[in-house]
Design a protein around this ligand. Structure first.
Ligand SMILES: [Fe+2]
Length: 446
C-alpha cells in the first residue's frame, strides 16, 4: 500500500494567516434573567450547578430555576488556586449536567474552571493553565453547557473562554484562555448591575476601557507567530483583526461616554445599560484579539499587593487587601499607550480622538505629528482616570520604587499577553525587560 508522502523540509516558523471568531451567544435585555429556567429546561438539563458568591446568592436570579440544582456560593473575589480547587472538588462530586454562573468575572471564571475539570476529572489544574506557568494543553473534549449571567459591567467573561486566577505561590495572576471554555449563552440583563456600589461600577468599567484599548492596539493577527500546525492550537488571543476591531472600537466609544456618567450618578440607568453592553462588546473584542501590557502588568500589581502595600480599595467589603482588577489594569494605562503609540500611530490617533470626543480627521488631531501621539494619549488617559477618582499611579496605592524589579519579574511570565504587545520586542530578552521597567517606572506617579 502506498503511504501518503509527508512533507519534508517543514518551513521555518511562519506567521499566522488566519483568524477565527468565537463568542458566546448573547441575549440582552431588561429583566431577561427570568428566562434562564426555561433555557435550562429547553437544554434538557438533568441537574444544574449554580455558581454565585455569598452576596449574589441572596439575589433573585440565583433562585430562578425549578430544576434540580445545587448551589456553590463559596466563590471569592479574585479567585486563587485554593478557591478553584475547592470549587473543582465540589463540582466533580456533584457531576451536574449543566452549569449556571450568576455573578461577576470571578464567579463566571470559577464556573468555567469547575466545568473543565469536571469533564477532565483526573486532570491537574496546571495541565491547562497558560504556558509557561502551566502546560497549556489543548482542550479536546466537549465541556458541559454553561450559561453565564453577569452582575457587573466589566470582565466580559460571559462571552469569552478566558478564566483568570491568582497563583498565590508566585504572586501573580494567570489563567486559562481557550475558546472551548466559553459559555453557550450569556444572559446580559441590565437589571443585574443596578445594585453595584459606585467603586465597583468604576473598576469594572475600567476593565472594559482597557479590554477595548488593548485589543484594538494589539499586534495584527498576521504578525503573530507561530502559525499553528493544527487549528485546535490557534490561541483565543490572536492579535487585532477586523472583527474584534469593530467590537473594541464600539466598546471604547461607549465606555468613554458612559463610564463618567455612571461614576457621577448611579441612578443613570441608560448609561448603566450602555456600560453592560460595552462590557460584552469588549469581551467579544478581546476574547478574539487579546489584551496586552496593561493586563500583563496588572497581574503582579494585584498579586504582590497581598504581601507588599496591602492596599484595601475603598468600597470593597472584603477583609483582605485588594486592588480591584480594573484599577490594577488602569494604573499603567497612560504609560503603556505612550509606549505602544509609535508602533501603530493611526490606531492610537483614533483612540485619542475618541477620548477627546472628536473625529480623527479633525484638525486638532491631524495636526499632531505621529511622534507626539503617545505623549498626548498619556495626558488624555491620565486625565480621564483622574476624573473617575482612580489613584494616580502605583505610589498612590502604596508601591515604591524598590518594588519595580519585582513588578517586572512578575510581568515577564505573562507571555500569552506580552507577545501581543506592539513594540515590546523579545519579551524574554534584554529589550523586553528594559521596556517593562521603563513603563512601570513611568506608572509610579503621574
Ligand atoms: Fe480584564
Amino acid at each position: 500500500m502506498r503511504k501518503l508522502a509527508t512533507p519534508v523540509n517543514a518551513p521555518p516558523i511562519e506567521k499566522e494567516y488566519a483568524f477565527e471568531v468565537a463568542a458566546s451567544n448573547l441575549r440582552f435585555g431588561e429583566g431577561v434573567t427570568r428566562e434562564v429556567g426555561m433555557d435550562l429546561k429547553n437544554m434538557k438539563a438533568r441537574k444544574v450547578a449554580v455558581f454565585t458568591d455569598p452576596n449574589v446568592a441572596k439575589l433573585p436570579p440565583a433562585k430562578m430555576t425549578d430544576l434540580p440544582f445545587e448551589v456553590y456560593d463559596r466563590v471569592v473575589t479574585e479567585p486563587t488556586e485554593a478557591s478553584w480547587r475547592d470549587a473543582i472538588a465540589w463540582a466533580r462530586q456533584q457531576d451536574c449536567s449543566h452549569f449556571l454562573a450568576v455573578g461577576g468575572g470571578s464567579v463566571i471564571d470559577t464556573a468555567k474552571a469547575a466545568n473543565l475539570f469536571t469533564v477532565y476529572k483526573d486532570a491537574d489544574l496546571f495541565d491547562f493553565i497558560n504556558t509557561p506557568v502551566g502546560k497549556g494543553l489543548p482542550i479536546e473534549k466537549a465541556l458541559r453547557p454553561l450559561i453565564a449571567i453577569p452582575t457587573t459591567a466589566g470582565t466580559g467573561s460571559e462571552t469569552t473562554g478566558t478564566a483568570i486566577l491568582d497563583i498565590t505561590s508566585m504572586n501573580f495572576k494567570t489563567g486559562i484562555a481557550n475558546r472551548a471554555m466559553k459559555p453557550v449563552l450569556g444572559i446580559v440583563d441590565t437589571l443585574n448591575t443596578r445594585s453595584c456600589p459606585k467603586e465597583l461600577h468604576i473598576s469594572a468599567g475600567l476593565d472594559v476601557l482597557f479590554h477595548s484599548l488593548e485589543s484594538y492596539t494589539a499586534i495584527p493577527y498576521t504578525e503573530r507567530t507561530p502559525r499553528p500546525a493544527n487549528p485546535i492550537l490557534r490561541p483565543a488571543y490572536q492579535g487585532s483583526n477586523p472583527v474584534a476591531d469593530i467590537f473594541s472600537l464600539w466598546a471604547l466609544r461607549a465606555t468613554v461616554k458612559n463610564l463618567p456618567r455612571v461614576a457621577k450618578d448611579q441612578g443613570d440607568k441608560q448609561a448603566m445599560q450602555q456600560m453592560l453592553l460595552a462590557s460584552s462588546f469588549a469581551g467579544i473584542g478581546f476574547g478574539n484579539a487579546g489584551v496586552h501590557l496593561c493586563h500583563g502588568i496588572s497581574y503582579p500589581i494585584s498579586g504582590l499587593n497581598k504581601t507588599g502595600p496591602k492596599w484595601k480599595h475603598p468600597g470593597y467589603a472584603v477583609d483582605h487587601p485588594i486592588i480591584p482588577h480594573g484599577v490594577t489594569v488602569a494604573l499603567s494605562g497612560p504609560a503603556v499607550f505612550q509606549f505602544t503609540a509609535p508602533s501603530a500611530p493611526s490606531r492610537h490617533r483614533e483612540a485619542l480622538a475618541i477620548f477627546r470626543n472628536t473625529s480623527p480627521t479633525d484638525a486638532s488631531i491631524t495636526s499632531i505629528p505621529d511622534s507626539e501621539i503617545g505623549a498626548h494619549l498619556f495626558e488624555t488617559i491620565a486625565q480621564f482616570l483622574d476624573g473617575l477618582g482612580v489613584p494616580r499611579g502605583l505610589k498612590a496605592v502604596g508601591y515604591t520604587n524598590a518594588d519595580i524589579p519585582k513588578l517586572v519579574q512578575g510581568t515577564l511570565p505573562q507571555r500569552r499577553v506580552l507577545d501581543l504587545a506592539p513594540g515590546i520586542g523579545d519579551v524574554a530578552g534584554e529589550d523586553g525587560h528594559e521596556h517593562l521597567t521603563k513603563i512601570i517606572e513611568m506608572s509610579m506617579e503621574y
